[in-house]
Design a protein around this ligand. Structure first.
Ligand code: URA
Length: 209
């Protein structure tokens, strides 16, 4: 793998390119792009859907109420935001938080692909239907409902790297529905077990490069 410093620089350049991106029309209504953030050495990558209102205002992923729940779930397995990398399949907010369109996902996902290649995570946890559909299309796995496949572990090669994909429900869906919250808690325990099984048990090999 390339040196940490080189990857850091490439990640910064990528974030700058995302901020300038005009590949689809979403930038027109957005205040800020949300490239993603976290530890570029993370073993665990979270992939959400698209920025919401607070993310659009701040340029940071998962900083609203769904983000607070994500942080709580992370703390429950002994991790914090700085241990993981958090990204989305779509980097600009769709107006009114509508679902991203297929054309927008297609235009934007080369950025996520580049992020996955730079980070080289061992585990990708997909949050919600849209990101699960995109990442699992690489396996390939098709599904109707996220609840049919959540919490399973899919071993696959994604962008040249052997990864374990763990789809789960979106934290926003769990804000008002205790059943979804219980699913998330269960799936985070699965994530925790998978981290323990990694050859190097540290979720954050900070010492690289
Ligand atoms: N929901 C997402 O899918 N991503 C964010 O960054 C925030 C909310």
């Amino acid at each position: 793998m390339e040196r940490r410093q080189d990857r850091r620089e490439q990640m910064d350049e990528l974030a700058a390119a995302i901020r300038e991106c005009r590949r689809c029309p979403l930038w027109k209504d957005a205040r800020h792009a949300v490239p993603g953030e976290g530890n570029i050495d993370a073993q665990l990558l979270f992939v959400g859907e698209a920025p919401g209102q607070r993310e659009d205002l701040t340029g940071r992923p998962f900083v609203g109420r769904a983000g607070a729940l994500l942080e709580e779930l992370l703390a429950g397995i002994g991790l914090s935001r700085g241990d993981v990398f958090i990204a989305n399949i779509v980097k600009h907010r769709p107006p009114g938080n509508r679902d991203p369109r297929e054309s927008e996902v297609a235009a934007c996902t080369p950025y996520l692909e580049r992020q996955i290649r730079l980070i080289g995570p061992a585990i990708i946890a997909t949050l919600g239907r849209h990101s699960s559909r995109y990442i699992l299309s690489k396996v390939p796995v098709d599904f109707e409902r996220i609840t049919d496949i959540r919490g399973r572990i899919y071993a696959a090669e994604v962008f040249g790297r052997a990864v374990r994909i763990i789809p789960t429900v979106h934290p926003a869906a769990a804000l008002y529905n205790p059943r979804y919250r219980a699913m998330l808690e269960e799936d985070f325990r699965t994530i925790e077990e998978e981290i323990r099984r990694l050859p190097d048990t540290a979720a954050t090999p900070h010492s690289q490069g």
